[in-house]
Design a protein around this ligand. Structure first.
Ligand SMILES: NC(=O)c1ccc[n+]([C@@H]2O[C@H](COP(=O)([O-])OP(=O)(O)OC[C@H]3O[C@@H](n4cnc5c(N)ncnc54)[C@H](O)[C@@H]3O)[C@@H](O)[C@H]2O)c1
Length: 301
């Protein structure tokens, strides 16, 4: 396919991970690619990899939270190519997981600045040029905008903010023929797209948990980005697309069939099987443990 011939795109955080797969997919379909990334070594590596595949690519060392760096890089890319058709705001950082009392203002600001303010800043500077031709802005949020593990407030808040920012922009920029869409991926294993590439550390259980039967790949997200950036998605703007192998629509009622299947998978691992067998033996020989568990954890009153 050649959907993006004569077009240009900027992919933030495109040096590795999901962003690298997006840059590769858009480039393979004919787009000239600019990667904005803070990691210079990975950025140069990715530019070489793209060029090996006959993709026109340029790397800019940019911290998306720095207005000056963003402004200069956008200006330079536009000066060289005369148009910016697609912006993918993908650069993002996670959070290591501390309680709200332990989280520092500095950590909060670093995550909000990179994930949310970075998306706003890149959009602000790209729109100056994109409104001359029209275009598409795709913002990478997360299913964590809608559901959480404990102690992830800065990350979840930044991703919820991206979804709200995206629909606000879609309404403001429609008059310039600029569409704005957010994507919320679930769990995506990026090992193959790291610099250097890594081996995935996934277990059969990780895959089994997904109704679609596997953890996501960066290529899954890249394929969706390519569709949304293409004219096939002309009637789509302001919306959020979840892409997560079905995990967020799955009910969490105890499901005996599912538990049995999970146990069967677990028992394929020799060490885990031994632990479970020992536990079962202990419970069988010492009924007091069972009574204790029942009283302590299963009491309904
Ligand atoms: N991997 C997942 O399971 C998953 C799930 C949902 C959403 N996401 C989102 O997808 C995006 C990509 O995630 P990933 O897993 O590929 O991460 P990654 O760490 O593999 O890649 C992130 C890239 O962003 C760059 N980056 C970080 N801070 C930057 C900054 N200040 N300025 C410019 N570049 C910066 C990094 O150098 C790196 O190249 C993120 O926004 C992440 O929140 C990931």
């Amino acid at each position: 396919m050649d959907r993006f011939r004569e077009k240009t795109c900027i992919v933030t955080g495109g040096a590795r991970g999901i962003g690298a797969a997006i840059a590769t997919r858009l480039g393979t379909e004919g787009c000239t690619v600019a990667i904005f990334d803070i990691d210079e070594q990975a950025g140069k590596y990715r530019q070489r990899e793209l060029e090996k595949n006959d993709i026109k690519a340029v790397f800019y060392k940019v911290d998306v939270a720095s207005e000056e760096m963003v402004r200069q890089a956008v200006e330079d890319f536009y000066a060289k190519h005369g148009r910016i058709d697609i912006l993918v705001n993908n650069a993002g950082i996670g959070f290591s997981g501390k309680s709200i009392e332990e989280q520092t203002l500095e950590e909060w600001r670093r995550i909000i600045d990179t994930n949310l303010t970075g998306t706003w800043l890149c959009t602000k500077h790209v729109v100056t040029y994109m409104k001359k031709t029209g275009g598409v802005i795709i913002n990478i949020a997360s299913t964590r905008a809608f559901q959480s593990e404990p102690n992830t407030e800065p990350y979840s808040a930044s991703k919820g903010g991206i979804i709200a920012l995206s629909h606000a922009l879609a309404v403001s920029l429609a008059k310039y023929h600029i569409r704005v869409i957010s994507i919320s991926p679930g769990w995506v294993d990026t090992s193959h797209w790291q610099v250097p590439p890594r081996q995935p550390q996934l277990t059969p259980l990780d895959h089994e948990w997904h109704p679609a039967g596997r953890v996501g790949k960066p290529e899954d997200i890249a394929a969706l980005v390519a569709f949304l950036a293409s004219d096939d998605a002309q009637w789509m703007t302001g919306t959020n697309i979840t892409i997560d192998g079905g995990v967020t629509t799955k009910m969490f009622y105890p499901d005996l069939d599912q538990i049995q299947k999970l146990l069967a998978k677990l028992l394929q691992d020799e060490e885990t099987a031994q632990t479970l067998i020992k536990l079962a033996e202990k419970l069988h020989t010492n009924k007091d443990i069972l009574r204790e568990i029942r009283n302590k954890y299963l009491s309904t009153s």
